[in-house]
Design a binder for this molecule. Structure first.
Ligand SMILES: NC(=O)c1ccc[n+]([C@@H]2O[C@H](COP(=O)([O-])OP(=O)(O)OC[C@H]3O[C@@H](n4cnc5c(N)ncnc54)[C@H](O)[C@@H]3O)[C@@H](O)[C@H]2O)c1
Ligand SMILES: CCCCC/C=C\C=C\[C@H](O)C/C=C\C/C=C\CCCC(=O)O
Length: 261
């Protein structure tokens, strides 16, 4: 699928991985709607992108993925401005073990809330053009796949497991009901962003369990490496229902057991 003229909505787009996803989409010809709660950072990014790609290629809106009202307004403005939605990247996320309810509300609730609202515009069954949804999970989701759990962030890990399960179930629902929408999820290891603000703010009562991980010699990924993987999951029409572990050694497409035997 070529990105020329396609319309992409990216949550958590003002910084870090979301910003890199927005940039790679613009470089490949898409129009991009940047959604974030951080209005100053969003406006700064939009100004920079306007210089590089032209004002008409992007739109920034303050939008919390916790708010049905914000989401509805943002998606309606997208339709009013660009006419359709072809791509959705549910990327906004936080790691705040001390406020696990907010972590769940943003990381998992936000993905579900935004997906259901966007489907009203994307689903071929309701007059949309179809398209693709790519969600940002984490390596923290993958302990059932043989990786060790991250004891420093149980609630965060639960949300990211949830994002993988939601993505795979939606891919199956879309296939069965012919929504014309593909669903994929990327699970990165550590990425060089502002995500880890402070050990106590991120990990709270579990801070002491960070241990060796914090001192890991493994390099953090660059946000552009995640964006390249997301681009591939968007443009390659064969990729549907994929869960990709993205680490320093590259991309691994995960398989799941087919039955309980
Ligand atoms: N950085 C890492 O090591 C890493 C690793 C794996 C997965 N991830 C995931 O990648 C995603 C992006 O993280 P990042 O590293 O770019 O972090 P980041 O903090 O740089 O960016 C996250 C963005 O999300 C926005 N945001 C927060 N709450 C929001 C809300 N309610 N509504 C809309 N936007 C909101 C923030 O303002 C920020 O701009 C997250 O889902 C995170 O869990 C990050
Ligand atoms: C720097 C502290 C890392 C603590 C990990 C806790 C939460 C992780 C959240 C992110 O979604 C994933 C980021 C890092 C995971 C780090 C290591 C896991 C595997 C080791 C590796 O290969 O880097």
């Amino acid at each position: 699928m070529s990105l020329g003229g396609k319309v992409a909505v990216v949550t958590g787009a003002a910084k870090g991985i979301g910003k890199a996803i927005a940039e790679i989409f613009l470089q490949n010809g898409a129009k991009v709607v940047l959604l974030d709660v951080d209005e100053p950072a969003g406006k700064r990014l939009k100004n920079g992108l306007d210089q590089q790609f032209g004002e008409e290629r992007s739109l920034f809106m303050k939008c919390s993925v916790e708010s049905d009202e914000d989401i509805k307004a943002a998606l309606q403005s997208t339709i009013d401005t660009f006419g359709s939605i072809n791509i959705l990247c549910n990327n906004a996320g936080i790691l705040r073990e001390g406020d696990w309810e907010k972590t769940i509300s943003i990381n998992l609730g936000g993905v579900i809330r935004m997906t259901y609202a966007a489907l009203e515009h994307m689903n071929k069954l309701s007059g949309g053009q179809g398209g693709v949804v790519v969600n940002t999970s984490s390596v923290a989701a993958l302990c059932p796949q043989g990786l060790d759990p991250l004891p420093s962030c149980p609630a965060y890990s639960a949300t990211k497991h949830g994002v993988v399960a939601f993505t795979r179930a939606m891919a199956a629902a879309s296939r069965a009901s012919e929504y014309g929408i593909r669903f994929n999820v990327v699970c990165p290891v550590r990425v060089q962003t502002d995500f880890f603000s402070s050990v106590s703010q991120n990990f709270g009562q579990f801070s002491h369990l960070l241990g060796a991980l914090q001192k890991s010699a493994e390099r953090a990924l660059d946000p552009s490496e995640v964006a390249e993987c997301v681009l591939d999951l968007v443009t390659d029409e064969v990729k549907n229902g994929e869960t990709v572990l993205l680490s320093q050694s590259g991309r691994k497409y995960l398989t799941f057991p087919q039955n309980l035997q």
